[in-house]
Each structure stands twice: as C-alpha cells, then as structure tokens.
Design a binder for this molecule. Structure first.
Ligand code: AVI
Length: 320
C-alpha cells in the first residue's frame, strides 16, 4: 500500500496554512457568514458522517447500496473491467470495496480530504485484497483534481458515489466534472451517485434526524475550526438547522447562534447576534434529466441510469 499525503495539503494535519486562514476568514466575515463544507470532515466528522449513513432517516446510502445490489451485474457489464478505480471522497472505502468483485481493478486509488481516517480504512482493505495495488491520497479535490503520476492512466474509472456531487453548486459541479473528464482516457468513464428531488418532508428528516447525529456532524465543524484556526467557538452556543429549500433545489445546513457572542480566530474576529447563522453546506438535488444534462455540459457522452423503485436516487454511468 502506498499512502501519500501530498506536501501541498499540510492543513490536513490540523495546522492552518495562510490560504486556509484567508479562506475561512473570508467566509466568516462575509455579511451572511459561510464556511466550506470540507471543514465538516476531520477525523471525528468522518466518523459522524459514517453514523449518519446508518440512520433510518438518511436514505441516500442504503438506497444507493440497494441499486448496486439489484443492478450490480448490469452496471458491471456497462462499465466493463476497470484497470484503475479512482474513488473520489473514499471515506471508509466500503462502497468501492463492494465493487471490487464486479470490476476487478488492478489499481485502487482512494482520495479523501480526511487523510488519517482514509489511511486507517485503506490499511485494513489492503489486507483483505492483497492483489490490488492501493494508493491513498489526502487531496482536497474541492479546489482541483491534480492526480500524481503514480495513478495509472489506462481505463480509469472514476467512482463518485453518495451524491457528494450535490455538495457543489451546479456551476462548480460542471467545472469539477470537466476536470474528471479531462483526467479520463477514451476507454474510461465515471460512475456516480446522484440524489433526486423528492418530497420535502423526507429531505428535511434526512438532514435533521431524531437522534441529532446530523446536528453533531454540523456542530463538529466549530470544534474543527477551533483546532484548525485556534478559534474560540463555544459549541454549546450554536444550534443546527437542516432543511430543503425547494426554490434552489437544495438542502441547506446552517449553524445558528443561540446568544449574542464574540468569536475570535487566527485571522479575525466577529460578533454574532442571537439568531445569526453560518451557512455550512448545500446538498443539491437533481432530476435524472437535469443531471444527465450536467454530464453532457461537462463533455461526457452516453449515460446509463439506474434508480430505485421510488426514484429517490440514481446511479449513473457516463462514458468519456
Ligand atoms: C457527503 N454528502 C453527500 C452528504 C450530503 O448528503 O450532502 C453530507 C451530509 N450532510 C448532512 N448529512 C449528510
């Protein structure tokens, strides 16, 4: 197993670079405060996200898994054998591992911003599949997909499950998909999971669950920023909001100040009024047709779409 953390991402070790300080400060100081959702994922954030995936209200993970279970053979036929499986946002690597028997990749490249979590998962996976050449990369691909030469370039199949593409705005998604397309040779492609527009009550519950795991996941961002930027957020003074915004076709997550307070961090300070919010994440929902349109705009060719009976989620294979 070759585990790499490129020198260009030192902020992943919880020491902020000047660029990170500038980026977070820009968001926190904006009239309507915001933070990039990438800061949801430190080691604890990744574990909380894993717990979200096991919640009864959070349908995407199990619905996507059911699509793979039901249509796996069909999907494998459409995709064909992949030499290199590039897993974007691999997390615990479980979804890609379930595809190994179907796709039989010679190389598995796992990319995730949360590097420590990734390297633990990949270490365990390598023991289960000793014949596959595995490479772990601690990359922040929100800001660009720059793959090192150790990633083999023949028959690259990019795998982007879980509807993580929804955490980009549609414009950012097209730009990102263009980069994936630029990294794909003629016999490669993309296998992607996309969350579909559905009843607002289902979406509200999925992002504001009864146990409060999503609330903990969202609030953990403040804890992470405290460690990363020496900020002094008092986590107990903030409240989670997660709801569907039908006008923008997205679920929004916000953190709301429970009381008026001054927050300081390396790079700035801000007084938040009671009720003021920090916008922490968007999760865009698509129709089948609107997402296929996005893939076409990004330069991908024919797409196959598989969905569940309720049409809640789609797995899409796009050819280069
Ligand atoms: C990772 N991503 C696809 C999740 C989503 O559904 O947008 C992150 C998440 N946020 C709250 N719950 C889950």
């Amino acid at each position: 197993t070759d585990l790499r953390q490129p020198a260009a991402t030192p902020h992943l070790k919880a020491t902020a670079t000047t660029a990170t300080i500038a980026e977070v400060s820009q968001g926190l100081l904006a009239p309507s405060a915001w933070t990039s959702p990438k800061y949801l994922y430190d080691a604890l954030g990744s574990k909380l996200f894993e717990a979200i995936c096991a919640l009864p209200e959070y349908y995407p993970t199990r619905t996507e898994a059911a699509i793979f279970a039901r249509h796996g053979a069909d999907i494998a036929r459409a995709v064909g054998p992949a030499s290199t499986l590039v897993d974007l946002g691999a997390g615990n690597c479980a979804k890609a591992a379930s595809l190994f028997p179907l796709l039989q990749p010679a190389q598995y490249v796992a990319i995730d911003i949360s590097y420590d979590f990734l390297s633990e998962s990949l270490g365990r996976l390598q023991q289960r599949f000793p014949a596959i050449d595995m490479l772990g990369l601690g990359l922040d691909f929100f800001s660009g997909l720059d793959l090192p030469g150790t990633v083999r370039d023949s028959k690259r199949m990019f795998f982007y499950p879980g509807s993580s593409i929804g955490n980009f705005s549609p414009d950012q998604a097209i730009a990102f998909l263009r980069q994936v397309r630029a990294n794909t040779d003629a016999d490669g492609g993309l296998l992607i999971g996309v969350d579909l527009i559905k009843d607002g009550a289902v979406l509200d519950a999925a992002y504001d669950d009864a146990l409060g795991v999503t609330a903990a996941f969202n609030l953990n961002m403040l804890r992470h920023l405290n460690l990363l930027l020496g900020a002094d957020f008092d986590v107990r003074q903030w409240r989670h909001h997660g709801f569907f915004n039908p006008h923008e076709s997205r679920v929004e997550m916000h953190l709301e100040a429970r009381s008026e307070q001054l927050v300081r961090w390396q790079g700035g300070q801000r007084r938040f009024a009671k009720g003021e919010r920090i916008h922490t994440e968007d999760s865009y929902k698509y129709t089948r047709a609107s997402f296929v349109g996005l893939l076409e705009q990004a330069g991908f060719a024919a797409a196959n779409v598989w969905t569940d009976e309720q049409q809640w989620f789609a797995v899409i294979h796009a050819r280069a």
